[in-house]
Ligand binder design. Sequence first.
Ligand code: MCA
Ligand code: AMP
Length: 512
Amino acid sequence: MNENLYDVLADGFPSDRARTVMELEDGSHLSYADLEAQAGRYAALLIALGVEPGDRVAVQTDKSANAVFLYLGVVKMGAVYLPLNVGYTGAEIAYFLSDATPALVVCRPESEAALREIATKSGVPHVHTMDAAGGGSLTDAASDLAPVIQSHPAAAGDLAAILYTSGTTGRSKGAMLTHGNLSSNALALKDLWGFRPGDRLLHMLPIFHVHGLFVAINTTLANGSEMVFLPKFDAARALELLPRCSVMMGVPTFYVRLLAEAGFTREVAAGIRLFVSGSAPLLEETFEAFEQRIGQRILERYGMTECGMITSNPYAETPEWQRRAGTVGFALPDVEVRVADENGRVLEREEIGVLEVKGPNVFKGYWQMPEKTAEEFRPDGFFATGDMSKIDTEGYVHIVGRAKDLVISGGYNVYPKEIELVIDALPGVAESAVVGLPHPDFGEAVTAVVKRSTLDGGEIAEEAIIEACTKDLARFKVPKRVFFVEDLPRNTMGKVQKAELRKTYGETFRAA
Ligand code: MCA
Ligand code: AMP
């Protein structure tokens, strides 16, 4: 049976393919017929280049309609889509390419020279460009080709995408997501969140991570409805566009920034039937301020790259089942969740442990890391998320912390180890500890605490550390502040006490 994600989504496309799929920043519209033709052309080009089903296609481009159509074309012809954050630096990209060995890399024109050099070293045969408007060598090469009509017949367990997610060891892992993972999530969310004909989603998220790419786009396409598709989040633009939309999805920072706008009123939001928040904890104060101002409750849901969406607060509210601040709701249909201790013993309601998940949404494993994969799965197939949680007596899931050493800044994950490795390698540094501190805009702000080395002489300064990080790391990972200490606080086992650092420096950004 063919379970290619593209075809599953296409089952939901409107029968009148002239209907709009995207309205762009300049007000122009693209139809479902445009989507089919352009995705089909990219699929044809990939086949012409010799890309085979199962080959990886790595894409580091700006957000554009063609970038979405490229994603769909890759999936359609059976290759594996590998999106990369545009913020990633050459050093970061070099690792992804050497690990994933893609058959094709698509990059911004301005990074072509650097990318070609990295690609050559990793043995990547093809490099093409795509600019912020969707033009470039890839689109040129595809323009005269006849669109592929028939998708590659894929099984539910075949790979559709690899998304890299950093790890506690500092080494990124490629989460392998299958056609079945992505389509089960899209169809579940379409039903659960009441997607209906005529919906229009305000799309302001980046499209190289699960939230903007799969949750927002796949759900919309499975519903055959439209998106107002903007290059990035901008609160002032959101105020102009919200009255013409019916659904908005965002990370908590979007809602914090909207609430900072005096013009964000009930009238502006009146046409929105659903505001969704996820990727990071939504503070209760944001949930409450939003309800007070707008008269609607944000629907908070929870997920991760490896599993797509896992839980959601209720869409249809009843007197007993409401969207509750500080909770992420209930497992999606067909998804099971439980809380277990570190030995895998399943805990009772209200007890705190690690959340474990099983279902059609759960990924196939980490790319070429069978041991790492085995470590994260329980013998009965549950995946351990690393999120500390509890399920309350009514069944609501609460994410109460993280077992994994992770900072989430403006919805982006930052693994401290990766930053610590860069800082520790600098002359003048003995050792460092990176923590996330409360930040009014980003939720958490990456902060480094550094012990200087006496060996290398000189006094390394905050600016030098930030500059060095900026060279190697995407900007959202770069510490917003660096503090110096005589010694890092350690427990009797010699482990750095990050909780203590978070307490000591906790007020740093409060008034920012
Ligand atoms: C930008 N900067 C950041 C961030 N974004 N720093 C820390 N954290 C960030 N998230 C840097 C910029 O490089 C710049 O640095 C400075 O902060 C100010 O930029 P600003 O103009 O304020 O940023 P922005 O362009 O407005 O972006 C903020 C943003 C954006 C809109 C919140 O980060 C964003 O769209 N976040 C969404 C992330 C997302 O989609 N996550 C989903 C992952 P400098 O001045 O030094 O250059 S999927 C996921 O987590 C799971 C599956 C799930 O559950 O969804
Ligand atoms: P990522 O690895 O980028 O997919 O991020 C997944 C992580 O984001 C999860 O493991 C959680 O730690 C966090 N996360 C996502 N949604 C929420 C939420 N609604 N509340 C708290 N944490 C969340």
